[in-house]
Design a binder for this molecule. Structure first.
Ligand code: WT7
Length: 592
């Protein structure tokens, strides 16, 4: 019996666990899976991976139920009355709160209702919903019955819905009549109807949540066809026919597909990133615990939309698997004013706040008074994800929001990685503004130079990972099982034997990692290699600049020329003089 304890609560733990994880990979991931989750059947092998052919399989032979791990087991442990989900709507004062018992009841009803629509294990269910509790219920219900959920972010167009539904051949779509984001009403159902009109014969049922009763949208669009009338149903009517509140969670294989998330790469068409039940949930649970160090009764708030991987892993699955209270917000950071985040933090006593650099920069530009008018005493930890955070924004977040007492975890990961790979552990890892710091246990990053050779010590290059981890995607949906697959071609072909992240990174003398941005965004000006992230970080040190984006434009003299889009602070007017000072800032920060 494996008795290694992978938990981490101080720096010595981190060093010890990291070392063990590299020396005894299988024993380490075996211990993590046992500790984090409840399994119905143990694995026959910890993993079966081969980067040379693009094979990633975790915990083969094992069985579990994801939804049971997120709900039932906490109730069985006597925590049914603990808050599972705090939902905050777009309008101030709009809230719905669910205990684990209450959320479990709703998930069971939705699972039964999906089964009543003949949804079976392996079937795909598309969710085109805003951040509302019905979305949490739907994904957990899918996972419970083994249906594969595919959440499409509400900002995507009808054309994008169409191509995704066509690719994954979904039989059911769950949507809402719309959502408010700030003062803007977005009619989601109209976009679904438009997508269906392009032809999605796989779709047998469309379920619509009435988010606002005053919306004009009808259940079947404006001119419903016969088919539309029969395949459309309202959420409330759908659930009204379900009389039971109990649904027995079945065992699913650890390798059964759990969800698909479409993400853009270098090709024109988004890829369906596929994650599997056992590995994904193990990794979501473990990383949520070690990175954020949640304590009993903490309110954890990840501001992401569930339409992205961050929302999957750290708004829903990670915290719920760990029995934590998670907060879900439907609105935007600037509505009704730029103090909204901190008003919510104060009201719900949020302990851990996890957001994105863009949001932080927007709020920083709005003025400190929007932050300081609300108490942030409850905050113990701050987090950031999604793009490199420039030291300027990091320092503002640290000083103004966190009052210099809340560590910032700058978490580096991707849709493909399922969970965080490189990040400080809150309150444990020493911090450097702008650095994602060190790899989590079990993660072996390497930096390759232009020739594809691993470099040691300080230096920069392509960021690759040497060995698989349980959160790693298992494949591209609809891919061939033959070698070479799309999965292999995209992630393993460029550097043989490694997973290539697509990112560039720099490692300093102390082994700390600094993500420099996508390698596909690297530009070369007169032979000088520039990271767009580096340029953008320089621009925002200029006092008039909120946000910037740098791109390369082909140039006959210099190869590529640098072009920068700039978003100015409110009340700062564009002028030639301003452009000159911004250019000077870039010359100063990056080089002439
Ligand atoms: C890309 C992945 C991970 C969830 C959100 C984005 C960039 C992500 C960081 C960070 C610097 C970061 C990378 C990565 N990225 N986190 N902390 N520092 N860059 O997921 O859409 O799959 O994007 O986001 O370039 O490759 P995604």
């Amino acid at each position: 019996m494996n008795s290694f304890d992978p938990s981490i609560s101080n720096w010595e733990d981190y060093l010890r666990v990291y070392e063990f994880s590299i020396k005894h990979e299988d024993a380490f991931w075996d211990a993590v899976a046992r500790r984090q989750l409840k399994w119905k059947k143990a694995w026959t092998k910890v993993s079966d991976n081969d980067y040379l052919t693009g094979r990633v399989n975790w915990y083969p032979g094992a069985e579990l139920n994801v939804s049971e791990n997120c709900l039932d087991r906490h109730i069985e442990a006597g925590n049914g009355d603990r808050k599972a989900l705090i939902w905050v709507g777009n309008e101030v004062g709009e809230e719905r709160i669910f205990t684990f018992t209450e959320l479990h009841r709703e998930v069971c009803r939705v699972a039964l209702a999906l089964e009543a629509l003949q949804v079976k294990k392996g079937d795909r269910v598309v969710l085109y919903l805003p951040n509302i509790p019905e979305l949490a219920m739907s994904v957990l219900a899918c996972a419970r019955i083994g249906a594969v959920h595919c959440v499409i972010f509400g900002g995507f167009s009808a054309q994008s819905i169409y191509s995704r539904v066509k690719d994954c051949q979904a039989s059911v779509i769950i949507t809402a009549n719309g959502t408010y984001r700030g003062d803007k009403w977005i009619d989601l159902k109209a976009k679904v109807d438009e997508a269906l009109a392009m032809g999605c014969p796989s779709v047998k049922h469309v379920v619509t949540v009435m988010r606002h009763s005053e919306s004009k949208s009808t259940v079947a669009g404006n001119s419903p066809s016969k088919e539309d009338v029969t395949r459309n149903v309202f959420w409330d009517a759908w659930l009204a026919s379900i009389k039971s509140e109990q649904h027995q969670a079945q065992s699913h294989s650890a390798l059964d597909p759990m969800f698909i998330l479409y993400t853009s790469g270098s090709t024109g068409q988004p890829k369906g990133v596929l994650h599997t039940m056992g590995g994904y949930l193990t990794y979501a649970s473990y990383t949520h615990e070690i990175v954020f160090q949640p304590q009993k009764d903490d309110v954890f708030w990840c501001t992401a939309d569930v339409g992205w991987i961050t929302g999957h892993t750290y708004l829903l699955y990670g915290p719920l698997a760990n029995g934590c209270t998670t907060l879900m917000f439907e609105g935007i950071p600037t509505y009704p004013d730029p103090g909204r985040f901190w008003q919510i933090v104060e009201k719900y006593q949020v302990a851990i706040f996890y957001s994105a650099p863009t949001a932080i920069r927007i709020l920083a530009s709005a003025g400190d008074q929007f932050v300081t008018q609300h108490s942030r005493k409850s905050i113990r930890t701050l987090g950031t994800v999604g793009e490199p955070i420039n030291p300027e924004a990091w320092k503002w977040y640290n000083k103004v929001v966190g009052e210099e007492r809340a560590p910032i975890v700058d978490t580096w990961w991707q849709t493909e990685t399922g969970g965080i790979l490189i990040s400080p552990l809150a309150g444990i890892t020493p911090l450097k503004p702008g650095s994602a710091t060190l790899p989590l246990p079990g993660i072996q990053p390497a930096i390759l130079n232009d020739a594809g050779i691993v470099i040691s010590g300080a230096g920069s290059g392509a960021l690759v990972i040497k060995k698989s981890w349980p959160g790693q995607m298992n494949g591209v949906y609809g891919d061939t099982k033959e070698f070479p697959s799309k999965f292999y071609d995209t992630y393993f072909a460029k550097f043989k034997g490694y997973y290539f992240s697509g990112d560039g990174a720099e490692r300093d003398e102390e082994g700390f990692y600094w993500i420099t941005g996508r390698m596909d965004d690297v530009i070369k000006v007169s032979g000088h290699r520039l990271g767009t992230a580096e340029i953008e970080s320089a621009c925002v040190t200029h006092p008039g600049v909120v946000e910037s984006a740098a791109i390369g434009i082909p140039d006959p003299v210099t190869g590529e020329a640098l072009h920068i889009f700039i978003v100015l602070k409110d009340k700062v007017a564009p002028s030639a003089e301003l452009m000159k000072t911004i250019t000077e800032t870039v010359r100063k920060e990056v080089g002439p």
